[in-house]
Design a protein around this ligand. Structure first.
Ligand SMILES: *Cc1c(COP(=O)(O)O)cnc(C)c1O
Length: 409
């Protein structure tokens, strides 16, 4: 370790706050470099990353295979726009379509753009294929959702921070309680001829890793099929290995009509998102009707294809499932000792902190002092999503720190 001067953290943190909009409330740490599950700050202190960029870093920091393809691509070709075709486009889209068992891919950049794409495709499909009356398309969403930050998307959020002050909002969305099939069916039956899609997260990440009741996703699938409605699964945070399967929908052997992907698809290197669906759905778009300057660029495709290759080995899904057992067992031992409840699926957990111990934020600040980085969501819940490459020993050590902090020691 080199010279430790904690002033660098303080000074850089203050400067970062001074010249940026305060749309985030970061923990007071300034990262310099990272490898695997460990990040090193500007004062040389090492921190175990238990957030992994909200699942964007499922393969860890600086995965050698991802770095290699990114470096090679950087030196060769980075951008063409979609006005021209480049040599990485076909192989990425083929590989991703194959991973999803679908015909077609529409690549975008951020998750919110992929959700917007799914909304536009569902509406177009509704008018052109289902025969919905012009301007009448309805999309059903769930309470507690998080699908991104565009004006359309925040309009169907029920989080006041996400929504308040940003209206007027796009019409055409109906919200039903998450996990409630009867409510979903009633909402469809209120106007089945105009309902084009059900858009849900198979597990609500931002909501606190909320896992719906068993059979919910299967029920959504059945209702959508019965009423000729598209099932759009927002797997941006839940998908791509995090839960111990390739997709969270796999846990119920459910195949949605549209996979909405992002975060880990970019390997922690570049933003890569996509909507993946069959030809009868994505085929409704024609030239000029949707697009993005950077969507499907050569660097994104090179990294995305390597991400798909890593996932096709099945190694990461298996590892998330195995480490998930450790995560689950350790958290179970903390119940009644500073945590009041938790939910896990694979290497992903929502941990509800005993309010007498402190807020989620206070716990994360104390974890930072012990060299562990995690993030609170919704007051008293902490989300744990370590890089899947984390070692079992490091994970156990990180959870020891959490146990100590919530026990008040
Ligand atoms: C992060 C996230 C998004 C938005 O992705 P961005 O890349 O931040 O725009 C959408 N849906 C879910 C489920 C997410 O977790």
């Amino acid at each position: 370790m080199t010279i430790v001067s904690e002033q660098r953290t303080g000074e850089m943190f203050r400067r970062a706050e001074e010249h940026t909009a305060h749309n985030y409330h970061p923990l007071p740490v300034v990262i310099d470099h990272a490898e695997g599950a460990w990040m090193t700050d500007v004062d040389g202190r090492r921190h175990l990353d238990l957030l992994a960029g909200y699942s964007a870093l499922n393969f860890g920091h600086g995965h050698p295979d991802l770095l290699r393809v990114a470096h090679e691509q950087l030196d060769r070709l980075t951008l063409t726009s979609r006005a021209f075709v480049h040599d990485r486009f076909a192989s990425f889209t083929e590989a991703l379509a194959d991973l999803c068992g679908k015909d077609m891919v529409l690549p975008m950049n951020t998750g919110a753009e992929a959700v917007e794409t799914a909304i536009k495709v569902a509406r177009k499909w509704g008018y052109e294929v289902k025969g919905v009356r012009d301007g009448a398309a309805r999309i059903i969403v769930a309470s507690g959702n998080f699908h991104g930050r565009t004006t359309t998307i925040v309009g169907f959020s029920d989080d006041p921070d996400a929504r308040d002050g940003f209206g007027p909002f796009t019409p055409g969305f109906v919200t039903v309680p998450y996990g409630d099939l009867a409510a979903l069916e009633a909402a469809i039956l209120a106007d089945p001829a105009s309902t084009v899609a059900v858009l849900v997260e198979p597990i609500q990440g931002e909501g606190g890793v909320i896992i719906p009741p068993a059979g919910y996703l299967r029920g959504v699938r059945e209702l959508c099929t019965r009423h000729d409605v598209l099932f759009a699964a927002d797997e941006i945070q839940a998908g791509l290995g995090r839960t111990g399967r390739t997709f969270a929908c796999d846990h119920e052997d459910v195949v949605p009509d549209m996979y909405v992907l992002g975060k880990a698809l970019g390997g922690g290197i570049v933003p890569v998102s996509a909507v993946v669906a069959d030809r009868d759905v994505l085929g409704v778009l024609r030239p000029g009707q949707h697009g993005s300057t950077f969507g499907g660029n050569p660097l994104a495709c090179a990294v995305g294809e390597e991400v798909v290759r890593l996932l096709a080995t099945g190694v990461y899904q298996q590892r998330a499932a195995e480490l998930g057992v450790l995560l689950h067992d350790r958290l179970a031992a903390m119940v009644g000792h500073g945590i009041v409840g938790f939910r896990t699926r694979g290497l992903w957990a929502g941990v509800d902190i005993d309010p007498n111990v402190g807020t989620g934020r206070a716990i994360c600040e104390r974890l930072l002092e012990r060299g562990v980085l995690a993030k609170d969501t919704h007051g008293s819940t902490i989300r744990l999503a370590p890089p899947i490459v984390i070692s079992a020993d490091d994970l156990a050590w990180g959870l020891d720190q959490l146990a100590a902090v919530v026990a008040g020691s």
